[in-house]
Design a protein around this ligand. Sequence first.
Ligand code: NAD
Length: 343
Amino acid sequence: MIDPKNNASFDAHEDVVFVGGENQGYAGVVAIHNTVLGPAAGGCRIWDYDSADAALTDALRLSRGMTYKNAMADLPLGGGKAVIYRINTDRVDAFQKFGDAVEKLGGRYITAEDVGATVSDMRAIAGRTSYVAGIPKEHGQAGGDPSPWTALGVFLSIKAMLGGSVQGRTIAVQGVGAVGFHLCKLLAEAGAKLVVADVNKANLQRAEALGVEIAPVDQIHAVGADVFSPCALGAGLNATTIPELGAPIVCGAANNQLATEEDGARLVARGIAYGPDYVVNAGGIINVSCEYLGQSEKDADAKVRAIPGRVLKVLDIAKAENIPPHQAADRIVREKIAAARKT
Ligand code: NAD
């Protein structure tokens, strides 16, 4: 039996529940990191992990990240995450059973889409529990695919970090999947020049229609640009790539962009302004939260438009106190949670 407390990524998580099992046709883990600000919210990731231990590590790390993201975005939500690492039955059946497991948690965890999960999966879960979001709603109601909202928050943050306009500026976008493509559309409409890279040919072709220039995948971070926007995988800012970065600003959607704590300081040493990932990429969870709370698209839009103000505030604090921006962001979150604990 795996004990989550023995995992190096365990961070005083409130609860970790292994769900599914041999007779259920699927296996996964739900990690509830912190519920001081509200029920733990965070998507369900479907991934082919090497082991149950690797899945647990990801669930622990990602759920902690959701506590920080949700708190920073002023959402009445704590942090949690589910990871499903095996499905060996009909997919709908597996997600219905996962829905039963979410229901059993009694509202302490709210799920939605993450990497590998779809709207149909969320519909299957919704057949068994109401603690789920990410399902398209009637016109005017918040709901559905979170990625356009994430892209909007990233776009507005890039604009703010550039002083108010992207017109004529060059943005290097790493990854033109769900978020990256929507981001490129917004940037192109606002008059930016785009250089992009992706390992997926179909996604690149879709972006080509926007008039983008294409760079090699292993060079996109080094392209001479005004902004580098990581919208693919995490850990893209590391000891190898940071010395080669070709832009004075980094602002993108990818989660966990800094490979290590030291990489935040490496960016500062190079004079590169970094919009901390979880501050910038909160648009999707904001939309999920509005859906869950029965709010409108207008509400979601207003809340996403508050993101760039937070990014600038974090950068101001970092500059004034001579600390890396990700540390300034973490401190704001810890203070918010401590204050909520007191009340
Ligand atoms: P996605 O899978 O739709 O897109 C990712 C893209 O990156 C794909 O096109 C993929 O081919 C490409 N890619 C993978 N490796 C690459 C590499 N080495 N170089 C260049 N391209 C590469 O995922 P997404 O939903 O667009 O999310 C992108 C990132 O943003 C992820 O890190 C995700 O965790 C994060 N994020 C997404 C959301 C959301 O609303 N979808 C919200 C917050 C954070």
